[in-house]
Write a new protein. Structure first.
Length: 429
Protein backbone atom coordinates (compact mmCIF):
# COMPACT_ATOMS: atom_id res chain seq x y z
CA UNK A 1 0.00 0.00 0.00
CA UNK A 2 1.49 3.32 -1.01
CA UNK A 3 1.62 6.34 1.26
CA UNK A 4 -1.02 8.10 -0.90
CA UNK A 5 -3.65 5.42 -0.29
CA UNK A 6 -3.35 5.37 3.53
CA UNK A 7 -6.38 6.90 5.22
CA UNK A 8 -5.63 9.43 7.99
CA UNK A 9 -7.42 7.37 10.63
CA UNK A 10 -6.16 3.98 9.43
CA UNK A 11 -4.13 1.94 11.93
CA UNK A 12 -0.86 0.63 10.54
CA UNK A 13 0.32 -2.72 11.91
CA UNK A 14 4.04 -3.42 11.82
CA UNK A 15 5.06 -7.06 11.87
CA UNK A 16 8.17 -8.02 13.82
CA UNK A 17 10.43 -10.15 11.67
CA UNK A 18 12.72 -12.43 13.67
CA UNK A 19 16.27 -12.69 12.39
CA UNK A 20 17.69 -16.06 11.49
CA UNK A 21 20.23 -15.84 14.31
CA UNK A 22 17.60 -14.93 16.91
CA UNK A 23 15.32 -17.73 15.73
CA UNK A 24 18.16 -20.24 15.94
CA UNK A 25 19.05 -19.08 19.47
CA UNK A 26 15.40 -19.24 20.55
CA UNK A 27 14.85 -22.73 19.18
CA UNK A 28 18.15 -24.00 20.57
CA UNK A 29 17.47 -22.55 24.01
CA UNK A 30 13.94 -23.96 24.05
CA UNK A 31 15.11 -27.35 22.91
CA UNK A 32 17.82 -27.42 25.56
CA UNK A 33 15.38 -26.50 28.35
CA UNK A 34 12.86 -29.07 27.18
CA UNK A 35 15.54 -31.77 26.91
CA UNK A 36 16.81 -31.14 30.44
CA UNK A 37 13.22 -31.10 31.65
CA UNK A 38 12.63 -34.51 30.06
CA UNK A 39 15.72 -35.86 31.80
CA UNK A 40 14.35 -34.58 35.10
CA UNK A 41 11.01 -36.16 34.26
CA UNK A 42 12.68 -39.56 33.87
CA UNK A 43 14.67 -39.03 37.09
CA UNK A 44 11.53 -38.09 39.00
CA UNK A 45 10.13 -41.60 38.67
CA UNK A 46 13.41 -42.98 40.04
CA UNK A 47 13.38 -40.70 43.07
CA UNK A 48 12.94 -42.46 46.40
CA UNK A 49 12.27 -40.88 49.77
CA UNK A 50 12.36 -37.28 50.88
CA UNK A 51 15.06 -34.63 50.58
CA UNK A 52 16.21 -32.98 53.80
CA UNK A 53 17.56 -29.43 53.77
CA UNK A 54 19.26 -27.76 56.74
CA UNK A 55 19.47 -23.97 56.70
CA UNK A 56 22.19 -23.94 59.37
CA UNK A 57 25.55 -25.67 59.51
CA UNK A 58 26.28 -28.18 62.28
CA UNK A 59 28.24 -25.76 64.46
CA UNK A 60 26.33 -22.52 63.88
CA UNK A 61 25.52 -20.59 67.05
CA UNK A 62 21.99 -19.76 65.87
CA UNK A 63 20.32 -22.89 64.59
CA UNK A 64 17.68 -22.33 61.92
CA UNK A 65 14.90 -24.81 61.25
CA UNK A 66 15.34 -27.55 58.68
CA UNK A 67 12.73 -28.56 56.14
CA UNK A 68 11.91 -31.58 54.03
CA UNK A 69 10.69 -31.78 50.45
CA UNK A 70 8.95 -34.85 49.02
CA UNK A 71 11.33 -36.23 46.45
CA UNK A 72 9.16 -37.42 43.57
CA UNK A 73 6.61 -34.54 43.52
CA UNK A 74 9.30 -31.88 43.78
CA UNK A 75 11.41 -33.28 40.95
CA UNK A 76 8.28 -33.83 38.87
CA UNK A 77 7.12 -30.22 39.29
CA UNK A 78 10.61 -28.92 38.45
CA UNK A 79 10.66 -31.10 35.34
CA UNK A 80 7.30 -29.76 34.17
CA UNK A 81 8.41 -26.17 34.75
CA UNK A 82 11.55 -26.69 32.67
CA UNK A 83 9.59 -28.38 29.90
CA UNK A 84 6.97 -25.62 29.96
CA UNK A 85 9.65 -22.93 29.68
CA UNK A 86 11.24 -24.79 26.81
CA UNK A 87 7.94 -25.09 24.96
CA UNK A 88 7.34 -21.37 25.49
CA UNK A 89 10.62 -20.65 23.71
CA UNK A 90 9.88 -23.13 20.92
CA UNK A 91 6.46 -21.68 20.15
CA UNK A 92 7.81 -18.15 19.88
CA UNK A 93 4.82 -16.70 21.71
CA UNK A 94 6.83 -15.16 24.54
CA UNK A 95 7.99 -11.56 24.41
CA UNK A 96 11.58 -10.76 25.51
CA UNK A 97 10.61 -10.09 29.15
CA UNK A 98 8.66 -13.32 29.42
CA UNK A 99 11.57 -15.19 27.82
CA UNK A 100 13.91 -13.87 30.48
CA UNK A 101 11.44 -14.87 33.20
CA UNK A 102 10.95 -18.31 31.64
CA UNK A 103 14.72 -18.85 31.41
CA UNK A 104 15.14 -17.86 35.08
CA UNK A 105 12.33 -20.19 36.16
CA UNK A 106 13.81 -23.03 34.11
CA UNK A 107 17.27 -22.51 35.59
CA UNK A 108 16.00 -22.50 39.18
CA UNK A 109 13.76 -25.49 38.51
CA UNK A 110 16.60 -27.51 37.01
CA UNK A 111 18.91 -26.76 39.94
CA UNK A 112 16.27 -27.48 42.61
CA UNK A 113 15.17 -30.63 40.80
CA UNK A 114 18.71 -32.00 40.45
CA UNK A 115 19.62 -31.29 44.08
CA UNK A 116 16.34 -32.79 45.33
CA UNK A 117 16.86 -35.92 43.26
CA UNK A 118 20.47 -36.21 44.40
CA UNK A 119 19.78 -35.95 48.15
CA UNK A 120 16.44 -37.80 48.29
CA UNK A 121 16.65 -40.78 50.58
CA UNK A 122 19.91 -39.65 52.20
CA UNK A 123 20.15 -39.83 55.98
CA UNK A 124 22.11 -36.56 56.09
CA UNK A 125 20.56 -33.18 55.26
CA UNK A 126 21.85 -30.90 52.54
CA UNK A 127 23.57 -27.92 54.21
CA UNK A 128 22.17 -24.83 52.49
CA UNK A 129 24.34 -22.38 54.44
CA UNK A 130 27.52 -24.31 53.55
CA UNK A 131 26.48 -24.31 49.92
CA UNK A 132 25.97 -20.55 49.86
CA UNK A 133 29.16 -19.77 51.80
CA UNK A 134 31.22 -22.08 49.59
CA UNK A 135 29.74 -20.53 46.47
CA UNK A 136 30.77 -17.03 47.58
CA UNK A 137 34.29 -18.17 48.43
CA UNK A 138 34.84 -20.02 45.16
CA UNK A 139 33.27 -17.29 43.05
CA UNK A 140 35.22 -14.34 44.48
CA UNK A 141 38.47 -14.80 42.49
CA UNK A 142 36.49 -15.85 39.42
CA UNK A 143 34.46 -12.62 39.52
CA UNK A 144 37.60 -10.48 39.78
CA UNK A 145 39.39 -12.42 37.06
CA UNK A 146 36.44 -12.29 34.69
CA UNK A 147 36.15 -8.52 35.19
CA UNK A 148 39.81 -8.16 34.27
CA UNK A 149 39.15 -10.16 31.15
CA UNK A 150 36.04 -8.10 30.32
CA UNK A 151 38.09 -4.89 30.36
CA UNK A 152 40.82 -6.36 28.17
CA UNK A 153 38.59 -7.96 25.60
CA UNK A 154 36.20 -5.05 25.27
CA UNK A 155 39.24 -3.05 24.18
CA UNK A 156 40.19 -5.70 21.61
CA UNK A 157 42.92 -7.62 23.47
CA UNK A 158 42.31 -11.32 24.14
CA UNK A 159 43.37 -12.19 27.67
CA UNK A 160 44.14 -15.88 28.00
CA UNK A 161 46.76 -14.98 30.63
CA UNK A 162 44.33 -14.56 33.56
CA UNK A 163 45.70 -17.78 35.04
CA UNK A 164 49.24 -16.41 34.98
CA UNK A 165 48.11 -13.12 36.50
CA UNK A 166 46.36 -15.04 39.27
CA UNK A 167 49.43 -17.16 39.96
CA UNK A 168 52.00 -14.35 40.13
CA UNK A 169 49.67 -12.20 42.26
CA UNK A 170 49.02 -15.08 44.68
CA UNK A 171 52.77 -15.70 45.03
CA UNK A 172 53.53 -12.02 45.55
CA UNK A 173 50.77 -11.57 48.12
CA UNK A 174 52.02 -14.57 50.11
CA UNK A 175 55.67 -13.49 50.18
CA UNK A 176 55.03 -9.79 50.84
CA UNK A 177 52.44 -10.64 53.48
CA UNK A 178 54.86 -13.06 55.14
CA UNK A 179 57.65 -10.48 55.29
CA UNK A 180 55.58 -7.44 56.30
CA UNK A 181 52.75 -9.18 58.21
CA UNK A 182 50.53 -6.55 56.61
CA UNK A 183 47.45 -7.49 54.63
CA UNK A 184 47.10 -4.03 52.98
CA UNK A 185 50.70 -4.19 51.74
CA UNK A 186 50.16 -7.73 50.49
CA UNK A 187 47.05 -6.58 48.59
CA UNK A 188 48.92 -3.66 47.01
CA UNK A 189 51.79 -5.96 46.04
CA UNK A 190 49.33 -8.42 44.45
CA UNK A 191 47.75 -5.63 42.41
CA UNK A 192 51.18 -4.45 41.24
CA UNK A 193 52.08 -8.01 40.25
CA UNK A 194 48.85 -8.31 38.27
CA UNK A 195 49.52 -5.00 36.52
CA UNK A 196 53.09 -6.05 35.65
CA UNK A 197 51.82 -9.28 34.11
CA UNK A 198 49.22 -7.25 32.22
CA UNK A 199 51.99 -4.94 31.00
CA UNK A 200 53.81 -7.94 29.53
CA UNK A 201 50.59 -8.90 27.75
CA UNK A 202 50.15 -5.36 26.46
CA UNK A 203 53.69 -4.78 25.25
CA UNK A 204 53.78 -7.97 23.17
CA UNK A 205 50.15 -7.89 21.99
CA UNK A 206 49.86 -4.16 21.27
CA UNK A 207 53.42 -3.05 20.57
CA UNK A 208 54.89 -6.12 18.87
CA UNK A 209 51.61 -7.59 17.53
CA UNK A 210 52.22 -11.13 18.77
CA UNK A 211 49.37 -13.62 18.35
CA UNK A 212 47.34 -12.95 21.47
CA UNK A 213 46.11 -16.47 22.17
CA UNK A 214 49.59 -17.96 21.84
CA UNK A 215 50.97 -15.10 23.93
CA UNK A 216 48.48 -15.81 26.72
CA UNK A 217 49.50 -19.47 26.85
CA UNK A 218 53.19 -18.48 26.95
CA UNK A 219 52.59 -16.02 29.79
CA UNK A 220 50.76 -18.70 31.78
CA UNK A 221 53.69 -21.09 31.34
CA UNK A 222 56.09 -18.28 32.25
CA UNK A 223 54.16 -17.54 35.45
CA UNK A 224 54.01 -21.21 36.41
CA UNK A 225 57.72 -21.71 35.78
CA UNK A 226 58.81 -18.49 37.49
CA UNK A 227 56.75 -18.96 40.65
CA UNK A 228 57.61 -22.67 40.82
CA UNK A 229 61.34 -22.01 40.51
CA UNK A 230 61.42 -19.25 43.14
CA UNK A 231 59.21 -21.33 45.43
CA UNK A 232 61.55 -24.34 45.25
CA UNK A 233 64.78 -22.38 45.51
CA UNK A 234 63.89 -19.67 48.02
CA UNK A 235 60.44 -19.81 49.58
CA UNK A 236 60.07 -23.46 50.55
CA UNK A 237 63.44 -23.66 52.40
CA UNK A 238 62.40 -20.54 54.35
CA UNK A 239 58.68 -21.21 54.64
CA UNK A 240 58.53 -19.94 58.21
CA UNK A 241 59.48 -16.42 57.15
CA UNK A 242 58.55 -16.29 53.45
CA UNK A 243 55.41 -18.43 53.27
CA UNK A 244 53.46 -17.65 56.41
CA UNK A 245 51.27 -14.69 55.51
CA UNK A 246 48.40 -13.43 57.66
CA UNK A 247 44.90 -14.42 56.58
CA UNK A 248 42.10 -11.92 56.08
CA UNK A 249 39.47 -11.88 58.78
CA UNK A 250 35.76 -11.47 58.13
CA UNK A 251 34.39 -7.96 58.61
CA UNK A 252 30.73 -8.07 59.70
CA UNK A 253 28.47 -5.26 58.55
CA UNK A 254 26.45 -4.13 61.59
CA UNK A 255 22.80 -5.04 61.37
CA UNK A 256 22.98 -6.78 58.00
CA UNK A 257 25.23 -9.58 59.23
CA UNK A 258 22.54 -10.56 61.77
CA UNK A 259 20.00 -11.45 59.04
CA UNK A 260 19.27 -15.19 59.28
CA UNK A 261 20.95 -17.37 56.66
CA UNK A 262 21.92 -14.64 54.16
CA UNK A 263 23.47 -12.28 56.72
CA UNK A 264 26.55 -14.37 57.57
CA UNK A 265 26.96 -15.41 53.93
CA UNK A 266 26.80 -11.97 52.31
CA UNK A 267 27.55 -9.47 55.07
CA UNK A 268 30.18 -11.19 57.20
CA UNK A 269 32.94 -11.58 54.65
CA UNK A 270 36.52 -10.53 54.02
CA UNK A 271 37.39 -7.28 52.30
CA UNK A 272 38.11 -9.15 49.04
CA UNK A 273 34.52 -10.39 48.82
CA UNK A 274 33.21 -6.86 49.30
CA UNK A 275 35.70 -5.57 46.72
CA UNK A 276 34.57 -8.22 44.23
CA UNK A 277 30.92 -7.16 44.61
CA UNK A 278 31.83 -3.48 44.37
CA UNK A 279 34.05 -4.12 41.35
CA UNK A 280 31.10 -5.41 39.32
CA UNK A 281 29.36 -2.04 39.69
CA UNK A 282 32.59 -0.10 39.12
CA UNK A 283 33.44 -1.89 35.88
CA UNK A 284 29.85 -1.62 34.63
CA UNK A 285 29.86 2.11 35.35
CA UNK A 286 33.24 2.63 33.68
CA UNK A 287 32.31 0.73 30.53
CA UNK A 288 28.75 1.99 30.01
CA UNK A 289 28.49 5.34 31.81
CA UNK A 290 31.77 7.13 31.09
CA UNK A 291 33.49 8.60 28.05
CA UNK A 292 36.49 6.39 28.70
CA UNK A 293 34.29 3.28 28.58
CA UNK A 294 32.82 4.41 25.28
CA UNK A 295 36.34 4.74 23.90
CA UNK A 296 37.27 1.29 25.17
CA UNK A 297 34.28 -0.28 23.47
CA UNK A 298 34.84 1.70 20.28
CA UNK A 299 38.44 0.51 19.88
CA UNK A 300 37.24 -3.03 20.57
CA UNK A 301 34.54 -2.85 17.91
CA UNK A 302 36.01 -0.63 15.19
CA UNK A 303 39.52 0.69 15.91
CA UNK A 304 39.84 2.32 12.48
CA UNK A 305 36.76 4.46 13.09
CA UNK A 306 37.98 5.33 16.60
CA UNK A 307 41.34 6.39 15.22
CA UNK A 308 39.63 8.53 12.61
CA UNK A 309 37.96 10.67 15.30
CA UNK A 310 41.23 11.15 17.18
CA UNK A 311 41.15 8.32 19.74
CA UNK A 312 44.55 6.73 20.38
CA UNK A 313 43.75 3.05 19.94
CA UNK A 314 47.00 1.83 21.47
CA UNK A 315 46.75 4.13 24.49
CA UNK A 316 43.17 3.09 25.27
CA UNK A 317 44.04 -0.59 24.92
CA UNK A 318 47.04 -0.16 27.21
CA UNK A 319 44.83 1.49 29.83
CA UNK A 320 42.18 -1.23 29.67
CA UNK A 321 44.70 -4.07 29.84
CA UNK A 322 46.55 -2.56 32.82
CA UNK A 323 43.30 -1.88 34.69
CA UNK A 324 42.23 -5.45 33.98
CA UNK A 325 45.52 -6.66 35.45
CA UNK A 326 44.74 -4.79 38.65
CA UNK A 327 41.47 -6.70 39.10
CA UNK A 328 43.17 -10.00 38.25
CA UNK A 329 45.82 -9.22 40.87
CA UNK A 330 43.11 -8.81 43.50
CA UNK A 331 41.66 -12.15 42.44
CA UNK A 332 45.04 -13.84 42.75
CA UNK A 333 45.51 -12.52 46.27
CA UNK A 334 42.44 -14.48 47.34
CA UNK A 335 44.25 -17.81 46.90
CA UNK A 336 46.80 -16.96 49.60
CA UNK A 337 46.00 -14.14 52.02
CA UNK A 338 42.28 -14.62 51.36
CA UNK A 339 42.18 -18.31 52.24
CA UNK A 340 45.22 -20.34 53.36
CA UNK A 341 47.95 -17.75 53.96
CA UNK A 342 50.53 -19.92 52.17
CA UNK A 343 51.54 -20.43 48.56
CA UNK A 344 51.87 -23.79 46.82
CA UNK A 345 52.99 -24.42 43.27
CA UNK A 346 50.16 -23.88 40.78
CA UNK A 347 47.81 -23.02 43.64
CA UNK A 348 45.30 -21.45 41.25
CA UNK A 349 44.57 -24.87 39.66
CA UNK A 350 43.12 -23.51 36.43
CA UNK A 351 40.78 -20.92 37.93
CA UNK A 352 42.05 -18.34 35.45
CA UNK A 353 40.67 -20.42 32.60
CA UNK A 354 37.35 -20.76 34.43
CA UNK A 355 37.24 -16.96 34.74
CA UNK A 356 37.87 -16.76 30.99
CA UNK A 357 34.99 -19.17 30.41
CA UNK A 358 32.77 -17.05 32.67
CA UNK A 359 33.34 -13.91 30.62
CA UNK A 360 32.60 -15.82 27.40
CA UNK A 361 29.39 -17.23 28.86
CA UNK A 362 28.58 -13.74 30.11
CA UNK A 363 29.01 -12.41 26.56
CA UNK A 364 31.72 -9.93 27.55
CA UNK A 365 29.40 -8.01 29.89
CA UNK A 366 30.60 -7.41 33.50
CA UNK A 367 27.32 -8.24 35.27
CA UNK A 368 26.62 -11.36 33.23
CA UNK A 369 30.25 -12.48 33.55
CA UNK A 370 30.01 -12.11 37.34
CA UNK A 371 26.79 -14.14 37.40
CA UNK A 372 28.45 -16.88 35.38
CA UNK A 373 31.37 -16.86 37.82
CA UNK A 374 28.88 -17.36 40.66
CA UNK A 375 27.34 -20.23 38.66
CA UNK A 376 30.74 -21.91 38.38
CA UNK A 377 31.30 -21.47 42.10
CA UNK A 378 27.85 -22.87 42.89
CA UNK A 379 28.29 -26.03 40.83
CA UNK A 380 31.82 -26.66 42.12
CA UNK A 381 30.65 -26.30 45.73
CA UNK A 382 27.64 -28.49 44.96
CA UNK A 383 29.92 -31.30 43.81
CA UNK A 384 31.88 -31.01 47.05
CA UNK A 385 28.70 -31.05 49.13
CA UNK A 386 27.20 -34.06 47.42
CA UNK A 387 30.33 -36.17 47.85
CA UNK A 388 29.52 -36.60 51.54
CA UNK A 389 25.86 -37.51 51.01
CA UNK A 390 26.27 -40.77 49.03
CA UNK A 391 24.17 -39.43 46.18
CA UNK A 392 23.43 -41.42 43.01
CA UNK A 393 25.07 -38.69 40.92
CA UNK A 394 28.87 -39.01 40.52
CA UNK A 395 30.61 -35.85 41.74
CA UNK A 396 32.87 -35.97 38.68
CA UNK A 397 29.82 -35.46 36.49
CA UNK A 398 28.83 -32.40 38.50
CA UNK A 399 32.30 -30.93 38.05
CA UNK A 400 31.86 -31.37 34.31
CA UNK A 401 28.62 -29.37 34.19
CA UNK A 402 30.14 -25.85 34.07
CA UNK A 403 32.44 -26.84 31.23
CA UNK A 404 29.62 -28.50 29.31
CA UNK A 405 27.60 -25.31 29.75
CA UNK A 406 30.56 -23.29 28.47
CA UNK A 407 30.82 -25.40 25.33
CA UNK A 408 27.08 -24.98 24.79
CA UNK A 409 27.36 -21.21 25.20
CA UNK A 410 30.38 -20.86 22.92
CA UNK A 411 28.67 -23.01 20.30
CA UNK A 412 25.81 -20.51 20.32
CA UNK A 413 23.12 -22.91 21.52
CA UNK A 414 21.85 -20.48 24.16
CA UNK A 415 22.22 -17.28 22.22
CA UNK A 416 24.80 -15.24 20.41
CA UNK A 417 28.26 -15.67 21.91
CA UNK A 418 30.39 -13.29 19.88
CA UNK A 419 32.96 -10.99 21.39
CA UNK A 420 33.79 -7.47 20.27
CA UNK A 421 34.38 -7.33 16.51
CA UNK A 422 38.08 -6.42 16.85
CA UNK A 423 38.80 -8.71 19.79
CA UNK A 424 42.18 -10.29 19.13
CA UNK A 425 42.74 -8.25 15.99
CA UNK A 426 45.95 -6.16 16.18
CA UNK A 427 45.74 -2.56 15.04
CA UNK A 428 48.44 -0.91 12.96
CA UNK A 429 48.27 2.44 11.24
Amino acid sequence: MSAATIAPDEVIHLDHIESRESRRARLSSGGLMAAIGLVLLVLSFRTRGDAQFALSAYFDADELPSFTLPGLPTVLVCALLAIGAGLGFLTGRLNPRLRTLAAAVAGIAVMVGLVTWAVSGSSLPFQVSNQLAGTIALATPLVLGSLGGVLCENSGVVNVAIEGQFLVAAFTAATVGSVTKSIPMALVAAMIAGVLMAAMLAVFAIRYIVDQVVLGVVLNLFASGLTGFIFDQLVQPNSGTLNNAPIMQAIPIPGLSAIPLLGPVLFNQTILVYLAILSVFVVSFLLYRTRWGLRVRSVGEHPEAADTVGISVRAVRWQAVLLGGLFAGLGGAFFTIGSTGAFNKDITVGNGFIALAALIMGRWHPVRAALMAVFFGFVTQLATQLQSLSTPMPSQFLLMLPYIATVIAVAGLIGRSRGPAADGVPYTK
